[in-house]
Design a protein around this ligand. Structure first.
Ligand code: 2HA
Ligand code: ZN
Length: 271
């Protein structure tokens, strides 16, 4: 089996192009990880990595033995399609969940994304809370959501409500809201721990003045979630620039929407 034929690699190439088309993929901004399916992990189960194991500053026994396709540090999204083997790698978590080895990729001597802590800690949480369904994490520099983080209070309930009010689809697509974090140092263990904590409740996390993380079962759905939130943010910025809201979807109408589409919206955002 040729690893470059994995559907996950195709998906990643396609979505990284979409991200660049959106203008979110400047330079080496953003990173993506996918927990591989049993079928995609199979070729690595018996393999021993030639590389030394890299220790993690935490233990995630929930992910012991799992393999992940992860974008490399410093990789430009716009180059992934042309150079997949250099830009991407497959890493396998050890049996204790406190280290990983590279099984394939990073062929020019690279290593996984600088945001590896946020990705792995979030995967551990989402595997548990979604009963294994969520396998993808995308981090990207969504222009409009970043801009909003300068003008709205950095509060989960406030930003969730503002986005829900912009389009009917928002509450349907992310009833669990958008978890909002203060600015933190990118790539740090602290940003990873704080992100994974919020991932217990939300599939979208806003990193103030930096970008967003989204999670879900596949690339398409995660990209769709992020694109919808960023479109709502874009509209809110336009509305603000045009003098502010004169009317909006009301709390009562949001409740009607939730009932009609049988979703359970984040309570604090709909008071
Ligand atoms: O450089 O986006 O957050 C990749 C990043 C770090
Ligand atoms: Zn980033």
């Amino acid at each position: 089996m040729n690893i470059l034929d994995f559907s996950s690699i195709d998906d990643l190439k396609r979505i990284s192009r979409e991200i660049c088309n959106k203008g979110w993929g400047e330079a080496n901004g953003g990173n993506i990880s996918i927990r591989l399916t049993g079928e995609e992990q199979a070729p690595f189960q018996e393999l021993q990595s030639a590389d030394e194991e890299t220790s993690l500053p935490f233990a995630i026994p929930e992910l012991a033995g799992e393999s992940f396709l992860v974008t490399g540090t410093g990789v430009f999204f716009r180059n992934i399609s042309a150079f997949p083997q250099e830009s991407l790698g497959i890493v396998r978590i050890n049996s204790r969940g406190d280290g990983y080895s590279t099984m394939w990729g990073y062929s020019a001597g690279g290593r996984p994304t600088s945001e590896m802590s946020a990705h792995l800690l979030s995967h551990a949480v989402r595997k548990k809370v979604s009963s294994g369904r969520d396998r993808v994490i995308i981090h990207t520099h969504t222009t409009n959501l970043i801009a909003l983080s300068f003008v709205l209070p950095l509060d989960t309930a406030v930003i969730t409500r503002e986005l829900w009010e912009m389009m009917s689809e928002c509450l349907m697509l992310f009833p669990d809201g958008i978890g909002v974090m203060d600015w933190m140092v990118p790539g740090s263990l602290d940003i990873g721990l704080a992100t994974s904590h919020l991932m217990e409740k939300h599939r979208l996390i806003l990193w103030a003045h930096h970008g967003i993380l989204g999670t879900g079962p596949n690339m398409e759905q995660v990209f769709g979630l992020i694109e919808t939130a960023d479109k709502a943010a874009e509209m809110l910025l336009k509305v603000m620039a045009a003098g502010g809201k004169k009317q909006a979807i009301s709390a009562g109408q949001l409740r009607e929407l939730a009932e009609a589409f049988n979703v359970d919206p984040l309570k604090e955002a709909i008071t």
